[in-house]
Design a protein around this ligand. Structure first.
Ligand SMILES: [Mg+2]
Length: 115
């Protein structure tokens, strides 16, 4: 049976909650978020390679293990993308890459924000 979109999105939501519990609110620069996303994307690629190799070797249990890992890593890719969108929304000062509030994990108030 095919998994529903709502179940996939619920898994992404759960991963976002897990990330915040583990790391706290993250506010990185666009280039660093891109690096985080690339790291997660790379993990998907690794699992995809291992999945294919397991299939070529006829190792069904290893193939299923890698299949599960591909899904986990794709959920992490999606959750990082969501986190990045949330960070962009928190930091709409227009300074983008040069904005110190999204370059470093420091407290920062934009003009007009309440202390
Ligand atoms: Mg990962």
């Amino acid at each position: 049976m095919a998994i529903s979109t709502s179940k996939v999105l619920a898994a992404v939501y759960d991963e976002r909650v897990r990330q915040d519990k583990k790391w706290g609110q993250q506010n990185w620069s666009p280039s660093f978020y891109l690096a985080i996303l690339a790291e997660e994307f790379g993990e998907v690629a690794k699992e995809a390679v291992e999945y294919t190799i397991a299939g070529l070797k006829g190792n069904e249990s290893a193939r299923m293990f890698r299949r599960t890992n591909i899904v986990k890593e794709l959920i992490q890719v999606a959750a990082v993308a969501v986190a990045w969108i949330e960070a962009i929304d928190r930091h709409d000062c227009g300074v983008a890459e040069a904005c110190p509030c999204i370059t470093y994990q420091t407290e920062h108030k934009h003009a007009g924000e309440q202390a």
